[in-house]
Design a protein around this ligand. Structure first.
Ligand code: TYM
Length: 360
């Protein structure tokens, strides 16, 4: 397995052939990212990923996908899956992604994802897949009983990205290992079929004050859609009262607010809330620590509530408005899928030719 921790490009100064065409258009490359429509879209999804989607759209050519095929690796109620697909698309739009300049679509509308995933299932090695920590976490003790799709999931994720030869992928910290696998699959495909540089070695874009937002009930655990306690997360559709109540009940320690960054880092619950504040206020965490040093948590929580309501309220309201107009959202998804299919078709054709599949 190639060592994904070192630079994929042995000569970092060599021109990357995948970026030249974008550079000519004044862009840095092509972005692909995805979010699963599995309900409870939360602050972690927003700060780790969706907010960055909007921030990157002036510099990159962007493709944002509601990954419904990933969602069914765990059973989903079909009616809810459709509603949640529209909810994620609404979140992309409400966060400011421009669906006319960039592509917003749902994965199952573009068959190339599943087609390329099969090829990658045959490129990826069992050993690589077995090391995926997210699979281990999701499967838990029930490994014999989870779907085959859950195990193969990272190969589909690699296909999502490489079907468009995306050069950059904005995600939260938890997806880092999957992106390393994507790089390994790209490198192995290029080597196995002697097509150097065919697939780009994709760069993760993991940035912002909080690349890993933690649970409000336990600062050592990731904020997650699947946490049974709704008090563990702020959902993007929560109203001001719900946000206030969740922040008020957020776990803290008995001490006053940390005096220094180092002190904060030793106190996971405080550190998480400070990180959330810094991200929402677009400030460095150090500045936030300094502003609240030695104060009571109650004072900090009141300020955090005000900030969170001011920043998230308009997004939640816009999502609610869009979700009441499913026809409009479906139109954006259909239009995006048509453009995505057009981008994917020549790349998949080339993959099929490379592998030796005869054309129909
Ligand atoms: P998903 O749906 O679990 O999460 C969507 C995005 O939100 C980020 N995220 C977080 N960031 C910070 N703190 C958190 N607590 C937190 N929780 C979630 C995730 O890192 C992600 O960026 N496998 C992906 C979906 C996917 C994908 C792709 C992403 C499928 N194909 C291709 C990028 C490219 C997932 O399950 O994300």
């Amino acid at each position: 397995m190639p060592d994904a921790t070192t630079s994929p490009n042995p000569d970092a100064s060599a021109p990357n052939p995948h970026l030249a065409a974008y550079a000519a258009r004044g862009l840095k490359g092509r972005i692909f990212s995805g979010v699963q429509p599995t309900g409870n879209l939360h602050l972690g999804n927003y700060l780790g990923a969706i907010r960055n989607f909007a921030r990157l759209q002036n510099d990159y050519d962007c493709i944002y996908c509601v990954v419904d095929q990933h969602a069914i690796t765990l059973w989903q109620d079909p009616k809810e899956l459709s509603a949640q697909t529209r909810e994620i698309a609404s979140a992309f739009l409400a966060a400011g992604v421009d669906g006319s300049k960039h592509i917003i679509f749902n994965q199952s509308m573009v068959p190339g994802h599943a087609q390329l995933a099969w090829v990658f299932n045959c490129v990826a090695r069992m050993g690589w897949m077995s090391r995926m920590t997210q699979f281990k976490e999701k499967a838990g003790k029930d490994r014999e009983n989870v779907s085959l799709g859950l195990f193969a999931y990272p190969a589909l994720m690699a296909a999502d990205i490489l079907l468009y030869k995306a050069t950059h992928v904005p995600v939260g910290e938890d997806q880092k290992q999957h992106l390393e696998l994507t790089r390994d699959i790209a490198i192995k495909f290029n080597n196995d079929f002697a097509v150097p540089d065919f697939f780009p070695v994709t760069e993760p874009l993991i940035f912002g004050a909080t690349t890993r937002v933690m649970s409000l009930r336990d600062g050592t655990k990731k904020m997650s859609k699947s946490d049974p306690s709704d008090y563990s997360r702020i959902n993007l559709t929560d109203d001001a009262d719900a946000i206030a109540q969740k922040i008020r009940r957020a776990k803290t320690d008995p001490l006053p607010m940390p005096e220094t960054l180092e002190d904060a880092e030793k106190r996971p619950d405080a550190d998480n809330l400070l990180g959330i504040y810094a991200a929402l206020a677009d400030q460095e965490k150090e500045a936030v620590v300094a502003a609240f040093a030695g104060k009571q948590f109650s004072e900090f929580k009141a300020a955090l509530t005000e900030l969170a309501v001011a920043k998230l309220g308009p997004i939640g309201a816009e999502m609610q408005r869009l979700m009441k107009d499913p026809g409009h959202v479906d139109g954006i998804l259909r239009n995006g899928a048509e453009r995505a299919r057009a981008l994917a078709a020549p790349i998949l054709d080339e993959v099929y030719r490379t592998v030796g599949f005869l054309k129909p």
